[in-house]
Design a binder for this molecule. Structure first.
Ligand code: ATR
Length: 282
């Protein structure tokens, strides 16, 4: 009879609207299986008007916690009892867990971003200058992570320059905001280029960028992972630059949540990567 109770206690979720495209169940399901944990991870479609009720019900202990995705990341942050400093600064969270009867919250996107680079391009952070294209929610998490890694000079370039400026104001004097027409100049001598926009996603066109302007040996990474080799990564490869695709960010951002809910830190291995790629191709 232990099973029913254990399954209840060991249940986690991903909540969003819509949610059917989320690959989180595949990732956490893989880890649960591999680690032999009697737990479950469920996809929940909750529309915005029902989210507050869903969230307050978390305290009843039906779940150990879960992931929160679009469009609920900001609402989850506002509703959480104990958002950590990281999510406080971003105003959004993607991971929640129940502890001492309270809902705790954090944001692991920035962690996923740097862990992917740490794995694929060790030593990437020995740089002075990074350029980030885009100024949306994903960009915020990336900028926070770059700053926390001690990158000295970070440039954010965005089509709507006002959004980049808002980020620079929020972020402090190591972040510099620029309009898109300054991109080529801003790229000059930078050792890391990050695309955080949806440009190049799923067959969307992406402009040709002047990747020759980057420093020799520069790294180019894209948080878009569908397709795996985005137009920006393909261009950077043609310029002989090191590229890191965005799939690892998705996989690594999932690990801290799994550890909070199920008590074991899972590893991001090649088999998991292969399974997600197969799912994307299927
Ligand atoms: P997310 O939370 O995923 O970052 P978002 O907040 O909608 O999503 O931000 C999307 C980013 O992609 C923004 O930087 C957006 O630029 P604007 O702020 O000017 O809208 C950028 N973006 C999306 N489509 C774009 C396009 N066709 N050209 C240039 N930038 C684009």
């Amino acid at each position: 009879m232990r099973d029913s109770r254990e399954t209840l206690v060991n249940s986690a979720f991903v909540v969003g609207h819509p949610i059917n495209h989320s690959r989180s169940p595949l990732i956490h399901g893989y880890w649960l299986d591999k680690l032999g944990i009697a737990g479950s991870y469920t996809r929940l479609d909750v529309p915005p008007e029902a989210f507050a009720a869903f969230f307050s019900d978390l305290k009843n202990g039906r779940f150990v916690g879960g992931n929160v995705t679009i469009p609920h990341k900001e609402a989850a942050f506002r509703l959480a009892d104990r958002p950590d400093e990281r999510s406080e600064e971003l105003g959004a969270c993607n991971t929640v867990w129940l502890e001492d009867g309270l809902v705790h919250a954090t944001n692991t996107d920035g962690y996923g971003f740097v862990a992917n680079l740490d794995e694929r391009a060790p030593g990437w952070d020995r740089i002075d200058r990074a350029v980030v294209l885009g100024a949306g929610g994903a960009s915020r998490a990336v900028l926070q992570a770059l700053r926390d890694r001690g990158i000295g000079e970070i440039h954010v370039v965005n089509r709507t320059v006002g959004r980049a400026r808002e980020l620079a104001d929020w972020f402090g004097d190591r972040l510099h905001a620029h309009p898109v027409d300054a991109l080529a100049e801003v790229m000059s001598g930078a050792a890391l280029f990050v695309n955080t926009t949806s440009l190049g996603m799923d067959g969307m066109p992406a402009p040709e960028l002047d990747f020759d302007r980057l420093a020799r040996g520069a790294i180019v990474t894209d948080i878009v992972y569908v397709p795996l080799k985005t137009p920006f990564l393909a261009q950077a490869e043609r310029h002989g630059l090191k590229t890191v695709d965005g799939l690892g960010m998705l996989l690594h951002q999932a690990a801290p949540g799994f550890e909070k809910w199920f008590g074991v830190r899972p590893t991001v291995d090649d088999d998991l990567r292969r399974r997600i790629i197969a799912d994307m191709e299927g």
